[in-house]
Design a protein around this ligand. Structure first.
Ligand SMILES: Nc1ncnc2c1ncn2[C@@H]1O[C@H](COP(=O)(O)OP(=O)(O)OP(=O)(O)O)[C@@H](O)[C@H]1O
Ligand SMILES: [Mg+2]
Length: 306
């Protein structure tokens, strides 16, 4: 897949002297969903703001489909839709008018039917002619998404799009995002709900203190760093791990009623067969078993802690 956004050696030092980005390079592939994860203050919004031409970089460059975001600003910006982290809508306008205006600013012909279809997909159709100030916080955030989509951008930045949006509508929102992806839109998102990234993203970039510390396919990442655990629920509780099982990485939980086997997913599952044989030989009986894999959240927390 070719890179639709090339970020090269980008750095940002704010006027205060604070270095928010340090030599960040990242290629974003055409049609992917990439999640930028990082703790508060890591530099995610700064990075997005530079790519979208809102903040000036201190060094490095960004190309959007070959257009330099500074030299070819208009051509580059036209390809992008941005849902900013901070709500910024004209509260006296209606969702319909806000979208129509934004579409016009980017030089697209008016298309009332398109705008209505976006409003419907965002569950905002019944509010389309209400003043934005009369909408709830979650609705306002969805208006921001509609506004970002009004000019049919090929690249969409979502900076914390689901903050303050209820569970049900969050699902709707992700369906909209999936549909955009199916239509070939490249999506860059940040979220502090890491399980959303786990569900949605093709790739994950982790940014910490202004540096990208990891970029990886999500599946590869979860396989690579994902420890797995097998839980055997024993019929008779144990007080200690039997000697015959000492070669396995085992622990007891739930007052000795659960035997927990932690294993590395890279080594495959052959060890489980050996373990179960050894468990049988040790005379242990169990009435249930289940396995659990590390979540992206656990992987993320470990990465940032290091
Ligand atoms: N205009 C500014 N002037 C000075 N420092 C700033 C400015 N904007 C952001 N910063 C600083 O740059 C750092 C990165 O901020 P940024 O908003 O990019 O973080 P973030 O990763 O988006 O965090 P969050 O998860 O809280 O949204 C922070 O330490 C912040 O205080
Ligand atoms: Mg931010």
């Amino acid at each position: 897949m070719s890179a639709v956004i090339k970020i090269e050696n980008l750095s940002k030092v704010y006027a205060s002297g604070f270095k928010a980005l340090d030599n960040v390079s990242l290629d974003i592939r055409q049609g992917e969903i990439i999640a930028l994860l990082g703790p508060n203050g890591a530099g995610k919004t700064t990075l997005i703001s530079i790519v979208c031409g809102i903040v000036n970089p201190s060094g490095g460059r960004v190309l959007i489909d070959g257009y330099d975001i500074i030299k070819d600003y208009r051509a580059a910006r036209r390809l992008i839709g941005l849902v900013p982290q901070e709500l910024a809508t004209d509260s006296f306008e209606t969702p319909t008018a806000t979208m129509a205006l934004s579409r016009g600013i980017f030089g697209k012909k008016p298309d009332a039917a398109f705008i209505e279809s976006v409003l419907k997909s965002l569950s905002l159709y019944d509010k389309k002619d209400s003043r934005i100030m009369a909408l709830s916080g979650g609705m306002k955030r969805r208006v921001m998404i509609g506004k970002a989509l009004a000019h049919e951008p090929r690249i969409l930045f979502l900076d914390e799009p689901t903050a303050g949006v209820d569970v049900e509508l969050r699902k709707d929102m992700w369906n909209v995002v999936r549909e955009l992806k199916n239509n070939g839109v490249t999506i860059i998102l940040t979220t502090h709900y890491i399980e959303e990234a786990e569900e949605m993203a093709d790739r994950v970039a982790v940014i910490n203190k202004g540096e990208i510390i990891l970029v990886e396919d999500k599946d590869v990442l979860m396989r690579k760093l994902g420890e797995k655990r097998l839980y055997l629920h024993l019929l008779q509780p144990l007080t200690a791990i039997p000697a015959g099982l000492s070669n396995f990485n085992l622990a007891l939980q739930s007052e000795g009623k659960t035997l927990v086997y932690t294993y590395d997913t890279r080594t495959g599952s052959s060890d489980i067969t050996h373990l179960l044989d050894a468990v049988e030989q040790a005379g242990l009986r169990f009435n249930d078993l289940d396995t659990r894999q590390n979540s992206l959240e656990e992987i993320f927390v470990n990465l940032v802690k290091k």
